[in-house]
Design a protein around this ligand. Structure first.
Ligand SMILES: Cc1ncc(COP(=O)(O)O)c(C=O)c1O
Length: 353
């Protein structure tokens, strides 16, 4: 994608219905899959099954989602996770041996083996979040009670989440009403036209995205719209998985040695479908400067996840301030990745003293 409006990252634009074509896909794991409006809804649907038990979640997670569950009356408590050896690890001594536990495949880097062992050794109701790699080997061979993925994190759809039971547990009742994706669909179509060079003010689609997000984040349990459902029902396109892996490799192969003194790529060496090029910066001020520099050059990197002071441990807060996720998904070509790598190189050569 090269036009005067070149940019990388931020919300998905509408990819001219490529998801509606017949392309090779990995089918969704699970016999019965609910396609819901969002990735936060499955836990809400499980509210009766959770009952008065506490949902134990990793201390490093999307705080908005935790707050949403709390507002819906779900009792929550964190367990510890920590960064070492290029990945986010679970401190299993802080995970309860009974009760309800949420496990997360961070950025697609986890093979899930430790969680599978933990589940077989302890009497827990295990719920897994596969949003960052919805059809990973772990997702497809899971033995968890329940699992979900927020699909709009990896696929160009206005909204959508998959929810299933890997071990065949009884599913709660599904919602019956579909989400109405007007705002986000319009925003995606406008962004597509903007990227093609039409004179469209960015604020037009940014405002629509924000409005749509608000409706989605706070709404009642709904099914995905038929528009999104039709795009995802056949599974996850293999071409998308392949381009993520290739793009990550191109980006990293084009980074200069000097970068590695300041930023550490998480360990994606054996990951088929990386979520992003996730780097841990030496410190938070470097992350802030690098992110601002990339934004000034039209590369929009997400933060996973901004954490609230006092709501997480200092360890998680510091980690969240050092991570940066550079987009490498199917929207981008090898040329795009080379440009991003050059920008990062230039930042460390010229901008950073
Ligand atoms: C890892 C992860 N899981 C689940 C969710 C919730 O997904 P949704 O925003 O579709 O409700 C998020 C949201 O940011 C997320 O980052």
């Amino acid at each position: 994608m090269e036009s005067d409006c070149w940019e990388v990252g931020s919300e998905f634009h509408d990819p001219e219905c490529e998801l509606e074509h017949d392309n090779e896909r990995v089918t969704w794991p699970g016999e019965l899959v609910y396609f819901l409006a969002s990735g936060r809804l499955p836990v809400l649907l499980l509210k009766d099954i959770i009952g008065d038990r506490v949902l134990h979640y990793p201390d490093f997670f999307c705080w908005d989602v935790i707050e949403y569950w709390q507002r819906q009356g779900i009792r929550t408590r964190p367990y510890r996770v920590y960064f070492s050896n290029g990945k986010i690890n679970v401190d299993y001594s802080s995970v309860p041996k009974r009760g309800v536990v949420l496990a997360v495949n961070y950025f697609g880097t986890d093979d899930g083996k430790e969680w599978m062992d933990y589940k077989s050794q302890h009497d827990i109701l295990l719920i897994e979040d596969h949003s960052h790699s919805p059809v990973s080997q772990w997702a497809c061979t899971s033995i968890a009670d329940y699992a979900f993925s927020s699909l709009r994190k990896t696929l160009p759809i206005s909204e959508g989440g998959a929810f299933w039971s890997p071990n065949g547990s009884i599913m709660p009742a599904a919602p019956t009403v579909h989400f109405e994706p007007t705002h986000k669909k319009k925003a995606m179509a406008l962004k597509q036209r903007y990227l093609k060079g039409e004179p469209i003010a960015k604020n037009n689609f940014l405002a629509l995205f924000a409005e749509g997000e608000q409706i989605l984040a706070e709404g009642e349990p709904l099914l995905a719209s038929s528009h999104s459902y039709n795009r995802v029902k056949k599974g996850f396109p293999i071409a998308y998985i392949d381009s993520r892996r290739k793009n990550l490799d191109v980006l990293c192969d084009n980074l200069n040695e000097r970068c590695h003194e300041y930023i550490e790529l998480l360990d994606f060496s054996s990951v088929h479908s990386p979520f992003g090029a996730v780097f841990k910066c030496l410190d938070s001020s470097l992350r802030t400067e690098l992110r601002a520099y990339l934004i000034a050059n039209n590369v929009y990197c997400a933060i996973h996840w901004p954490q609230k002071e006092g709501c997480v441990t200092r360890e998680s807060k510091v980690l969240s301030e050092c991570l940066i996720t550079v987009p490498i998904d199917q929207r981008y070509t090898k040329t795009d990745m080379c440009i991003v790598a050059q920008l990062i190189n230039r930042f460390f050569e010229n901008e950073r003293i």
